[in-house]
Design a protein around this ligand. Structure first.
Ligand SMILES: Nc1ncnc2c1ncn2[C@@H]1O[C@H](COP(=O)(O)OP(=O)(O)OP(=O)(O)O)[C@@H](O)[C@H]1O
Ligand SMILES: [Mg+2]
Length: 276
């Protein structure tokens, strides 16, 4: 098994009027299918910058970002801006702290939009699939409301349903619980846990909340643009390997924690319709 994502000596330099600032100092990281990876670090440590190198929203200064899915290898840093946007729409689900929903669209339309933009699903299928995703996040009764009529936790559940629209293997979330009270944050975190455990999604989540560390399958601590500590949850890892019968690949090193492969459709959560 190969990593879903490989970062090799990624650096990011920002050029400002005040001078140059090296925000990432050679990040090497492997993310394996089925991992729930936490990125922890103080404000300014480079967490969002790192996510922006992975999702191709910004360009790196040096190094490589390689994404592998469906037997294809994408060298993200070599793509043009429009190629990156197209790739991102299919391969990634992105969840923001501030939800970033479209207020003039209903919940159903918000979830259908990424499918309509990507063209992976026929219109009837995308509507059906959007309803199933709203059911998954327990919002189907609100399908025809507008986002402003929802609570913060409901808005974030909607954002997660939208992130899942094109069935991406990887979800990337930048402080998705940062705007929520602790009870609501727990609901969102449990939803992520279910997506990993029951749908085989891979999730990378940035958080300030260090109490979550034992609940990630692995977490990394970022300080001044460098990974200084890695914390693996061996129990979660063993569970996953037992559940899915996938041994860790020989020679896996401290940069990566191999986990089981994606489970077969139909076990646990419903998996709304596959691409047309
Ligand atoms: N566009 C930019 N231009 C110049 N410097 C930037 C830019 N974006 C970020 N930085 C700097 O890079 C460093 C890392 O920023 P980043 O946003 O990645 O931090 P963060 O870990 O996500 O912090 P927070 O927890 O506050 O969101 C900071 O010192 C920041 O000031
Ligand atoms: Mg940030």
């Amino acid at each position: 098994m190969l990593p879903l994502l490989t970062l090799d000596h990624v650096t990011k330099m920002y050029y400002t009027e005040a001078g140059e600032f090296l925000a990432l100092r050679g990040i090497s990281l492997e993310v394996w299918p089925g991992e729930f990876l936490g990125i922890i670090g103080k404000s300014g440590a480079g967490k969002s910058t790192l996510l922006n190198m992975i999702n191709g929203v910004d360009t790196l200064t040096s190094g490589e970002v390689v994404f592998r899915s469906n037997g294809q290898e994408v060298f993200v840093h070599r793509l043009s801006e429009s190629e990156r946007a197209r790739w991102r729409g299919r391969a990634l689900g992105i969840v923001h702290q501030s939800f970033q929903l479209l207020p003039m669209l209903t919940l159903l339309e918000n979830v259908m939009l990424p499918m309509d933009l990507c063209g992976l699903y026929r219109p009837r299928t995308s509507r059906q699939r959007a309803l199933e995703l709203l059911r998954l996040v327990e919002l189907e009764d609100h399908a025809h409301k507008y986002p402003t009529q929802l609570s913060g936790g409901q808005q974030q559940r909607l954002a997660i349903a939208r992130a899942l629209a094109n069935d991406p293997p990887l979800l990337i979330a930048d402080e998705p619980t940062g705007s929520l009270d602790s009870t609501t944050a727990e609901v969102i975190f449990r939803l992520f846990e279910r997506l990993v455990q029951e749908q085989g999604k891979t999730i990378i989540m940035v958080t300030h909340d260090t109490t979550l560390i034992p609940r990630f399958s692995r977490s990394i601590l970022l300080v001044d643009g460098m990974i200084v500590t890695e914390n693996r949850n061996h129990a979660a890892e063993a569970d996953r390997q037992t559940d899915r019968g996938t041994p860790p690949p020989a020679g896996s090193d401290s940069r990566g924690t191999p986990n089981g492969s994606r489970p077969a459709p139909g076990d646990g959560l419903t998996r709304p319709g596959r691409p047309a």
